[in-house]
Ligand binder design. Structure first.
Ligand code: ADP
Length: 462
């Protein structure tokens, strides 16, 4: 593993950024670019040709058909768009190509700046075994289990499971998106579970490499946001709780994570920034942890901007996207760790175009739209009245974010904001979000990652 700090782009200068993404995050990045005095090149697929953010860009180019594989995932077309428009940098947003090390390499190879970490850091963190090994050597607490691939030797595998203690979880080293994992509650299921997960991993991720770790039964999902520059500065910006998940998809996120003492999380945050220094990390990133019985266990690092970054912006006062672009320009961070003080409480609700009961995606034209406006309320979105929600992409259409002096005050503000939100013409998950924000357990906080699924089952017994 490389331990050197990457400095070769320390003076990268560019005045135009191509945003290789769509939807709300394309708008968010465009705003950050404009506030830094940078021009933007926006791309689109055929389905997104009428996106309004195209009007505010220097150039708006269609890079391919509606299917993402032929447009937003088409590296050659995106690089060609950058070349044609004279963009000096490419921001990948989240999803799509944001965690493809080959994309970062190709951008570098074309003499452009990738607004993200070095390709080597993306590759290391994309390999979960390599990531775990790197974290252990940096002193970041990990889930019990070896930082090596599962061997073929059946006896050795059985011994490893016994040593960890059942239940264990078998995970694909190249896995992602909540796929390529299988829980094993006893030795009788072990070999079949390994065979099935191996085959799945081979087909879905092109690598049959697996590893095993302890399966934690009631963890919360807590994550730490970091930002690092090319000048040796690495800072963590507090923590978030993203335990409200349905099918491993986050629904509601908040900062800070409720009920975690500063002296419990502090050493973990410090270990994260130390790990960043050791791997030569640059830009923004998130360390994801499971948290159970007062202990943190690293599960993965996301080497990109995250959907839920606004809750950290609201509490820390740091514009994460502006800092990310500044780092890509070679600027040092505008703050030091001691200056980061998180204030109040922030909550984000993901508003999806989907049926609130079946969660099936809902496409169509939005004919009526309004959000609450006022202090402590932020809406990150690309939609407008007349916008056509296409069936091709993720169903996220807006993020509703609130900030207030305390968690109860933030919940109250979010309830007001949800009550006032009107999105007509399509189905959305607003009724579901309103009910969840009214839930007493959510109000108490500290619910685990299974809570939402149980809550949904109770509301609608099969
Ligand atoms: P992915 O990259 O596919 O998102 P992660 O490693 O982040 O995979 O895990 C996704 C989810 O799977 C976690 O948020 C958690 O709900 C569950 N999970 C993963 N590892 C464990 C574990 N060791 N114990 C319990 N749950 C786990």
């Amino acid at each position: 593993m490389s331990v050197c700090l990457v400095v070769e782009k320390a003076n990268a200068s560019f005045d135009t950024v191509l945003i290789a993404n769509r939807g709300e995050i394309a708008v968010r990045i465009q705003k950050a670019c404009h506030s830094l005095g940078l021009k933007t090149v926006m791309i689109c697929s055929e389905a997104d040709r009428s996106a309004k953010y195209g009007e505010a860009a220097e150039h708006f180019l269609c890079v391919g058909p509606s299917a993402a594989a032929k447009s937003y995932l088409n590296q050659d077309a995106i690089l060609l768009a950058a070349r044609l428009t004279g963009a000096g940098a490419i921001h990948p947003g989240y999803g799509f190509l944001s965690e493809k090390s080959s994309f970062a390499e190709a951008i570098d190879g074309a003499g452009l700046v990738f607004v993200g970490p070095p390709a080597s850091a993306i590759a290391t963190m994309g390999d979960k075994i390599a990531a775990k090994r790197a974290m252990i050597s940096a002193g970041v607490p990990c889930v019990p289990g070896p930082d090596t691939a599962l061997p073929d030797d059946r006896e050795l595998v059985e011994r490893t499971a016994r040593e960890i203690g059942y239940p264990v979880i078998i995970k694909a080293s190249g896995g992602g998106g909540g796929r390529g994992m299988r829980v094993v509650s006893g030795p009788e299921q072990l070999h079949e579970a390994i065979a099935l997960t191996r085959e799945e991993a081979r087909q879905a991720f092109g690598s049959a490499e697996l590893y095993m770790e302890k399966f934690l039964q009631h963890p919360r999902h807590i994550e730490i946001q970091v930002v690092c520059d090319n000048h040796g500065n690495a800072v963590w910006l507090g923590h978030r709780d993203c335990s409200m998940q349905r099918r491993h998809q986050k629904v509601v996120e908040e900062a800070p994570a409720p009920g975690i003492a500063a002296d419990t999380i502090g050493p973990v945050g410090q270990a994260c920034v130390e790990a960043c220094r050791q791997i030569g990390y640059r830009g923004v990133g998130t360390f994801e942890f499971l948290y159970e019985d007062g202990r943190f266990y690293f599960i993965e690092m996301n080497t990109r901007l995250q959907v839920e970054h606004p809750v950290t912006e609201m509490t820390s006062g740091v514009d994460i996207v502006k800092e990310q672009i500044g780092v890509a320009q070679g600027r040092p961070l505008a703050f030091r760790q001691a200056e980061i003080v998180c204030n109040g409480h922030s909550i984000e609700c993901r508003i999806n175009a989907e049926d609130p009961d079946s969660f099936l995606p809902s496409a169509g034209t939005i004919n009526d739209l309004s959000f609450l406006e006022g202090p402590g309320v932020r809406v990150d979105t690309h939609i407008h009245a007349g916008y056509r929600v296409s069936p091709y992409y993720d169903s996220l259409i807006a993020k509703l974010i609130v900030h207030a002096e305390s968690r109860p005050a933030a919940i109250a503000r979010m309830r007001d904001a949800l009550a006032a939100t009107r999105i007509g013409g399509i189905s959305t998950n607003l009724p579901f979000l309103r009910a969840l924000l009214d839930d007493e357990e959510f109000g108490r906080g500290e619910t685990d990652i299974h809570y939402l699924e149980h809550w949904l089952k109770q509301r609608r017994p099969a």
